[in-house]
Design a protein around this ligand. Structure first.
Ligand code: C2E
Ligand code: CA
Ligand code: CA
Length: 693
């Protein structure tokens, strides 16, 4: 067993040794950072800062906060982002996993002057938990511009050198006295110049020529141009804008205004382009998604014959860990998983960070047998019970990588809820399902336009009298190519993509039209139930739309019942509850569908404006006469207590009917009376069962 106290002492000692090093003497500021706790402990502090920060240095110092305020208050604008990027706790952790230290330069203001400073970050001990931070003021000039990476870089085109001098303390400035000069710098620092500025001594036409030259250049060299204008110029701002200028200012130069505009440009550029185009992920050292996709594609083209293996690893509950333990731990977790996977699958060719919680690898071949990934990953894991799901897909150059991602996530979905299953291989059955789904998605819109959907009606009978007392509208899809499709196949797909909203409105309209026709034909008018899904309630106007349709067809709201499943209530209760309430208030009867199949909650029953409980077929199937405690009996009694009517679904036998009658279930629906019937069949059924009077 480790002795935490001893370990603590060892770390203290290591810090003492660090402080004793002659090199450390040059640091004006020295801190110890306890990363996990975000805790900063000052070890040495220059008087100037002691006075500046005073109270803020007492008690518990929040590292992140102090670092941010230091950078924002004292560091020149052009270096702020660079420093923050490097000093964020999560960044420190990821850098120091692979290396013991790193350093860099920045410029800061002090008593009105700009100083060049050097910082050194060093890990003390084997893991980046304890970190030494040293800052040296007035250090030598940075050796290369690259060490100030991420800063704002500008090219100043001018004849008088004024602007260059003004901007030099805060930004990395390249002077240019000809258009060619400007283009040369842009070419040499491809995509890394934040902005081009024009300064004094230029003529209007020189500025316009520059704008045209940049406009015609390669994409990577197209940078925003900030033009300095003179009052006496003939051309207006609009002329320069039309030529491609980004912004203007007038002489004399105002450094503050220019600074603000540069930061804005820089921020925009960083946010969009830089982040997505970064080749490697800063945390794991794996390629970013974009580059991984590109390199994996190239790799597979190396050998067209080989069957590679595409591996996608999803870290379960990653967001929850980040929320609970912070980003530092999240990064440790993803690093740990990434390292484990590389160890477990040594023939991995390249890897990429695909999203926050997913990494992917291209392996040389499909593994012969699945290794025990979970127990390997749980060894020395930064958090307990770490779990991953892996999708494995046979890959070759003929399959685009984006399809590999999709197939891997299909494989992962197949084991998402299965405890103890870690690896799923993308199978032919999944391929078929996927193809079927794609066929459904590809043909649904045309199907609605071409009336490929039809409505079947299944009667509901009154248990007491045996008479027809209602029906349920069930949709059917006869596809011109694929033939009959069961709603069980396409409804879940429609729900996922939201197309169900269109279909259900179509069904409801058809039902209204049928009811109106039956009315005109003098057939017995009995209520029809239509099914609504959770997604339908996303439209706020759903209830009023339904009410309008009923009116359009000259019907009463009582003739149309609404069926909603319990799961719809559990998934997004407020939306559904308010929609249902509105329908209820307008005279619609609401039936709670599939009651008893898994989601049952008495709270749901209590909070909902429902009139009828539809007891799921599974409850009927489980029931038998000689059971001591019958769930079916309980459901029916419960409904009675709550003042609800009951419908039993999926009733197939005479025995079931008798039992339901005994338990006083109000209505029966099922093959015992009739299968769902096409409109003409149902009309005949209505005529045949019409009570003689
Ligand atoms: P559901 O609302 O629970 O509909 C009852 C299902 O049970 C229907 O399947 C029906 O044909 C079947 N059924 C009826 N009696 C019996 C029986 O005695 N034995 C057996 N084994 N089954 C019986 P269907 O038509 O395949 O519909 C499946 C599901 O699709 C429906 O379940 C419903 O959730 C959904 N659905 C159907 N039409 C629509 C629609 O227009 N809109 C929406 N949103 N969903 C619909
Ligand atoms: Ca239903
Ligand atoms: Ca049902």
């Amino acid at each position: 067993m480790k002795n935490p106290q001893r370990e603590q002492l060892d770390i203290d000692k290591l810090f003492e040794q660090e402080m004793a090093k002659a090199e450390t003497d040059s640091f004006a500021l020295v801190f110890r950072l306890v990363l996990k706790e975000n805790l900063l402990i000052p070890l040495r502090m220059h008087d100037y800062f002691e006075i500046l920060y005073g109270e803020r240095l007492k008690g518990r110092i929040d590292y992140r906060q102090l670092m941010l305020s230091f950078v924002l208050e004292h560091v020149v604008k052009g270096n702020q982002e660079y420093l923050i990027q490097h000093l964020l706790p999560e960044r420190l952790a990821s850098y120091l996993i692979y290396q013991n230290d790193f350093s860099g330069y920045f410029h800061m203001y002090r008593e009105g002057k700009v100083y060049c400073c050097r910082f050194v970050i060093r890990k003390i001990g084997p893991t980046p938990e304890n970190i030494f931070i040293g800052i040296e003021l007035n250090a030598k000039e940075p050796r290369t511009a690259d060490q100030m990476d991420c800063g704002i870089r500008v090219v100043v085109f001018e004849k008088d050198d004024v602007l260059k001098k003004l901007l030099s303390p805060g930004y990395e400035v390249y002077g240019a006295d000809s258009i060619q000069n400007v283009l040369d710098v842009l070419a040499a620092r491809k995509g890394r110049i934040t902005s081009v500025l024009t300064g004094g001594g230029l003529s209007e036409s020189e500025v316009l020529d520059l704008l045209h030259a940049i406009g015609e250049g390669e994409d990577a060299q197209k940078v925003p141009v900030l033009v300095t204008m003179l009052e006496q110029w003939e051309r207006t701002e609009a002329d320069f804008l039309a030529a491609g200028a980004f912004d203007f200012q007038y002489l004399p130069h105002n450094v503050q205004v220019i600074g603000n505009r540069l930061s804005k440009v820089h921020e925009l550029k960083n946010k969009s382009a830089l982040i997505s185009k970064m080749e490697k992920d800063g945390v794991t050292g794996l390629y970013s998604r974009e580059f991984f996709t590109r390199y994996a594609t190239e790799k597979m083209k190396d050998d067209l014959e080989t069957e590679y293996c595409f591996l996608c690893v999803d870290i379960e509950n990653y967001q929850m860990y980040v929320e609970k333990f912070g980003e530092v731990v999240g990064n440790l977790v993803i690093n740990h998983v990434s390292n484990c996977i590389r160890r477990i699958f040594p023939d991995s060719l390249i890897g990429g960070r695909i999203s926050d919680d997913e990494i992917a690898f291209l392996l040389e071949k499909m593994p012969l047998e699945n290794p025990d990934v979970l127990s390997e990953i749980r060894k020395n894991a930064p958090i307990p019970n770490l779990s991953v799901k892996i999708g494995m897909v046979p890959a070759n150059a003929s399959i685009p990588v984006k399809n590999l991602y999709a197939n891997a996530s299909t494989a992962i979905s197949s084991i998402r809820m299965k405890y103890g299953e870690t690896i799923a291989e993308y199978s032919d059955a999944m391929r078929m399902d996927k193809q079927k789904e794609l066929r459904i998605l590809g043909s649904m819109e045309a199907a609605l336009e071409q009336n490929q959907f039809s409505i079947y009606y299944q009667p509901k009978h009154c248990t007491e009298t045996g008479r027809v007392c209602g029906s349920e509208a069930l949709v059917r899809w006869t596809h011109p190519e694929y033939g009959f499709m069961s709603p069980g196949e396409f409804i879940p797909v429609f729900e996922r993509v939201g197309f169900i909203r269109g279909l259900d409105r179509y069904v409801l309209t058809k039902v209204c039209a049928d009811l109106a026709r039956w009315k005109a034909m003098g057939l017995p008018l009995i209520p029809v139930s239509v099914n609504l899904s959770r997604r339908d309630f996303e439209d706020e106007d759903l209830a009023s739309w339904i009410i309008d349709r009923i009116k359009d067809f000259g019907l009463e709201p009582g003739l149309v019942h609404i069926e909603v499943t319990e799961s719809a209530f559990t998934d997004s209760p407020e939306m559904v509850i308010s929609g249902i309430r509105k329908l209820h208030e307008n005279g619609f009867s609401v039936e709670l569908d599939d009651f008893g199949c898994g989601y049952s909650s008495l709270t749901v029953l209590n909070n909902m404006d429902i009139d009828v409980l539809k007891i799921d077929r599974s409850i009927i199937l489980q029931d038998s006469e000689n059971q001591k405690r019958s769930v079916l009996d309980f459901c029916i009694r419960l409904a009675k207590v709550m003042g609800l009517k009951t419908v039993a679904e999926g009733v197939e036998t005479e025995a079931q009917r008798r039992r339901l009658k005994k338990l006083q279930c109000d209505m029966i629906q099922g093959f015992y009376y009739s299968r769902p019937l096409p409109v003409s069949g149902f009309e005949k059924y209505l005529v045949a069962t019409k009570p003689k009077d």
